[in-house]
Ligand binder design. Structure first.
Ligand SMILES: *Cc1c(COP(=O)(O)O)cnc(C)c1O
Length: 410
């Protein structure tokens, strides 16, 4: 038997049937037409946003990094509830605009922005988080050619990283941003070149559950922004402090308590360095906002035994939910929280089962030797924490199975 991560506390059952957004899992599948299905509960997202607003200084902007989940109905709902979207491609630009987000509140990060993407972004009036000097030069040239002043911030590769992050995005040689010792010169060159300089974007890490580490990184980020701004000699309109708020995916993970982070930011905002007293501040979050709101529902096709080990074979797999298979940004494979949706909360069987997807590859393993109630063909398996980096972050074309269905509730 191997442990699973904790089921997010927002889920309950009615007569043994898991509820998502107030609906039974089986009726959601009937309504959608078939499995596999991603069901997202907007009420859970809204509650996370409320928790953020309650904990953080009122002046702090909340941005949603839409790569976590760009499902169009979700984006439209998010556009009314957060202060900005962070995007990372021309495709995401189109999605963000279609969701009704004001272009002035969209920022565009990501290395390797093509000229057509830069042009679309400059034309729309979104802020480019510049990843290099070359991108700055191309932006100025494109702005001149189309008669638009580019709005630009400089993404800084900080000289520190967020300790204990699932994914490190700063510290050392990185493809992201401009090294801290070159950032002020780039900002100055963009201002001199006629761009509308919007400030700094400093993102030091992701998927972090250690409030103290986040607090330390934010303090270092504010100090770095002040030092760079002093070097430019201009107050940045916006300092994007990055994000990094993580989720409890795995056994032993303790959910992040964001309240101490809010207290520390309150204090920091009360004693800002002079050059930043007129600046706005933002945090950009992806998974923390939407991850717990999603459940991946997949049907049991087969239950079979091999050399004493029971395999539960489902009609979904890593082609939809790569992260749960352990092949998306994790080093050691561990179990996501999984449940039998149509016998939610029932006592586990004596022997563990291994839940595998329908792909013909040994890496398509969704739950390794986990405790579930007795499983039969036709049962519904629920994989939690499927609201972020699921449908859009998985290799859906691999092996020619159908795309998953998605539904937004609440
Ligand atoms: C991916 C990404 C995010 C979101 O990360 P999460 O771990 O989902 O919160 C935020 N900002 C940038 C620059 C990113 O690349």
């Amino acid at each position: 038997m191997k442990p699973m991560g904790p089921i997010p506390p927002w889920f309950a059952a009615e007569e043994g049937m898991l509820l998502v957004g107030g609906y039974g899992a089986a009726s959601l599948v009937d309504e959608a037409g078939d499995t596999p299905l991603f069901a997202y509960d907007m009420d859970i997202v809204a509650a996370q946003i409320r928790r953020f607003r309650e904990a953080m200084p009122a002046a702090l902007h909340l941005h949603y990094a839409i790569k976590a989940n760009p499902y169009a109905p979700l984006l439209t709902a998010m556009a009314g509830q957060v202060d900005g979207f962070d995007i990372a491609s021309g495709g995401e630009l189109e999605m963000a605009l279609a969701a009704g987000m004001d272009p002035a509140r969209i920022s565009f990060a990501g290395p390797g922005k093509r000229n057509d993407e830069l042009e679309a972004a400059i034309f729309a009036g979104v802020t480019l988080n510049l990843e290099s000097e070359g991108e700055g030069r191309r932006s100025l040239a494109i702005g001149q050619r189309i008669g638009k002043i580019p709005r630009v911030a400089v993404r800084v590769n900080p000289d520190f990283d967020l300790k204990g992050s699932g994914m490190r995005m700063g510290g050392g040689a990185k493809p992201f941003g401009v090294d801290a010792d070159h950032a002020a010169a780039l900002a100055r060159a963009m201002i001199d070149g006629g761009a509308d300089w919007r400030g700094w974007h400093i993102f030091a890490g992701s998927q972090n559950l250690d409030a103290m580490a986040i607090i330390e990184t934010q303090a270092a980020t504010i100090a770095l922004a002040a030092r760079l701004s002093d070097a430019v000699g201009v107050t940045p309109p916006l300092v994007n402090l990055g994000g990094g708020f993580g989720l409890a995916y795995f056994p032993g993970d303790v959910p992040l308590d964001i309240r101490p982070i809010g207290v520390a930011l309150d204090t920091a905002f009360e004693s800002l360095p002079d050059i930043l007293t007129g600046s706005a501040f933002a945090i950009e979050l992806g998974r923390w906002l939407v991850g717990e709101a999603g459940v991946y529902l997949t049907r049991v096709i087969d239950v079979k035994v091999s050399q004493g080990e029971t395999f539960v074979v489902v009609d979904g797999g890593l082609h939809h939910q790569l992260a749960a298979s352990g092949n998306f940004g994790t080093v050691v494979r561990r179990n996501y929280p999984i449940a039998l949706a149509n016998h939610f909360g029932a006592a586990p069987a004596a022997d563990p089962v291994t839940v595998v997807g329908c792909l013909c590859t040994p890496i398509d393993r969704l739950g390794d030797k986990i405790a579930l109630p007795p499983v039969q063909e036709g049962d519904l398996i629920a994989i939690f924490l499927a609201g972020a980096y699921g449908a859009s972050a998985s290799p859906a074309a691999f092996l020619g199975h159908p795309s998953p269905r998605e539904v937004l509730l609440g």
